[in-house]
Design a binder for this molecule. Structure first.
Ligand code: AHR
Length: 517
């Protein structure tokens, strides 16, 4: 019988890291595989409305609680002509998509996505093409979307049936422009120049927009660090955000390392903050560049095998990157949620990549049902209970050492993770006096007895307490068994004065939401 570990946590209502921005709970819709076609959009599906939007998917998107939605890519955007996706559908061209080796029918585009966002109650986040195109296409697109009328581009939007401007606030200046897989990748200097010029023109058209420059496409790129520095030297005065992307993996079939690897996201975030602040320091500037973690998830099974990424014959909406997530993946994913929450002071936007079918929390069958993958649950809990002020938690927990293999880019290597605490935790003081604890027990064998001293709160009682736990770490959800891995209640939570005590199952993700008694 494995022994029960103990862990202690000290928090104080007054010791805040920062408030979570609603945009921290975003996701991503790319023209990729069955994310758009057969995912959010499937004319003829029994739940589809007149515009072809699947309402079973919309219901799950609302339950997921995603707040902002990045669109239309991803790698796709680096070859996208936005003009192809507006106007009468019958006049729109089919194009080869060189990002995913498929045929893009363009029957869904900018205006349809805006309508979908309004129905889903999410804010749109648009990326512009700075791969095959430049600032000119970006400024025209912004004029089409956000200018009220009286110019050729804005009147074209009105003639297409959208009288009112879309008022899209958040814009990404390209995508992963350092990656050799990108259409027209750039050096940091080339990209920094183009991004600056695009940003200038876009802001002249609409001074209310917010702009994100591309950071490295992963921490593992050979150019990581130097890229951020050079890009921000160019764009510092013109952007609010720099982007980060991370896909966590278990290629090595090493569960302890896999569960520890979200700690590398903490390092990644802190490094990018340091670089951004060094650029500010050289200018003696009080401006702080915020972080847009606009692609993050677990992704590895469907990543390196060509047949999982490419279906031959240039098909429309092929079933690619359809990663099936396990219980183990949900634990690592939950750790990533905690890393994001604990940097709420600087990570002001984040997008789970992606939303439906493609490395996604929601799966659909074409013509059939939609269901929740394992990773749906930690995200939905974070999006719902992670609102408020993230507290600086002092965690006393035993630690373990592991080595994490990350094969991306030119820099394949093992990262040493010498001190991962078995308990990874975030505490959020919610509006109205409540407290939400997100806790990952990384001990695969033993339970964990946790004692939290929570200072500065009025008396609390349990609101919602749920764990995600399954005896089989390879357990998955499927169309046949959609709730095989689903939250269950945590019992036996004791609250006495400012002391909160509970026991976590081995290898479990947990949400404990306390409300004023
Ligand atoms: O999310 C899948 C892909 O991963 C995106 O298109 C790209 O930006 C990243 O490399």
């Amino acid at each position: 019988m494995p022994s029960t570990r103990t862990a202690k946590v000290l928090i104080d209502r007054e010791f805040s890291i920062g408030d979570t921005d609603p945009r921290l709970f975003g996701a991503f819709v790319e023209h990729l595989g069955r994310c758009v076609y057969g995912g959010i959009y499937e004319p003829g599906h029994k739940t589809a409305d007149a515009q072809g939007f699947r309402h079973d998917v919309l219901d799950l998107v609302r339950e997921l609680g995603a707040t902002i939605m990045r669109y239309p890519g991803g790698n796709f955007v680096s070859g996208y002509n936005w003009e192809d996706g507006v106007g009468p559908v019958e006049d729109r061209p089919k194009r080869l998509d060189l990002a995913w080796f498929s045929t893009e029918p363009n029957t869904f585009g900018t205006n349809e996505f805006i309508d979908w966002c309004r129905i889903a109650s999410v804010e749109p986040m648009f990326a512009v093409n700075l791969g095959t195109r430049d600032g000119d296409a970006a400024r025209n697109m912004l004029e089409y979307c956000n200018h009220p009328g009286g110019t050729a581009w804005s009147d074209l939007r009105r003639s297409h049936g959208w009288e009112q401007p879309h008022n899209i606030k958040f814009w990404c200046l390209g995508n992963e422009m350092d990656g050799p897989w990108q259409m027209e990748m750039k050096t940091a200097t080339e990209y920094g120049r183009i991004a600056t010029e695009a940003a200038k023109m876009m802001r002249w058209i609409d001074p209310t927009i917010e702009l994100a420059a591309c950071g490295s496409s992963s921490r593992n790129m050979a150019t990581y660090g130097a890229w951020e520095d050079t890009v921000l030297e160019h764009t510092f005065d013109h952007v609010e955000y720099i982007s980060l992307h991370t896909y966590l993996n278990n290629y090595a079939s090493d569960t302890p390392a896999f569960l520890a690897c979200p700690d590398l996201m903490d390092s990644f975030i802190e490094e990018v903050i340091a670089i951004a602040d060094a650029v500010a320091a050289k200018r003696r500037s009080p401006k702080r560049i915020m972080l847009s973690f606009d692609e993050w998830n677990v992704w590895y099974r469907t990543r390196r095998v060509r047949s999982d990424r490419v279906k031959e014959g240039w098909p429309v909406a092929p079933p690619i990157l359809e990663e099936i997530y396990s219980m183990e993946d949900a634990l690592c994913f939950g750790g990533a949620c905690i890393s994001l929450l604990n940097h709420a002071d600087r990570v002001k936007s984040a997008c789970l990549a992606q939303l439906v079918n493609v490395i996604a929390p929601i799966m659909t069958e074409t013509g059939g049902p939609a269901w929740r993958q394992t990773i749906f649950h930690p995200f939905a809990q974070m999006a719902r209970y992670g609102r408020g002020s993230v507290l600086r938690a002092h965690v006393q927990s035993e630690t373990y050492a592991s080595r994490y293999f990350d094969p991306r880019g030119a820099n394949d290597h093992y990262y040493e993770i010498p001190n991962a605490p078995y308990l990874k935790l975030s505490a959020v003081a919610n509006e109205g006096g409540g407290l939400s604890i997100f806790a990952l027990n990384r001990d695969l064998e033993g339970e964990m007895r946790v004692t939290i001293s929570a200072r500065g709160f009025a008396p609390l009682k349990v609101g919602v307490a749920q764990q995600l736990h399954h005896n089989d770490l390879s357990a998955i959800n499927s169309k046949e068994k959609p709730d095989n891995v689903a939250p269950t209640a945590i019992n036996g939570i004791a609250i006495a004065g400012d002391q909160i005590q509970f026991t976590l199952s081995p290898a479990s993700w947990n949400l404990i939401n306390l409300v004023p008694a």
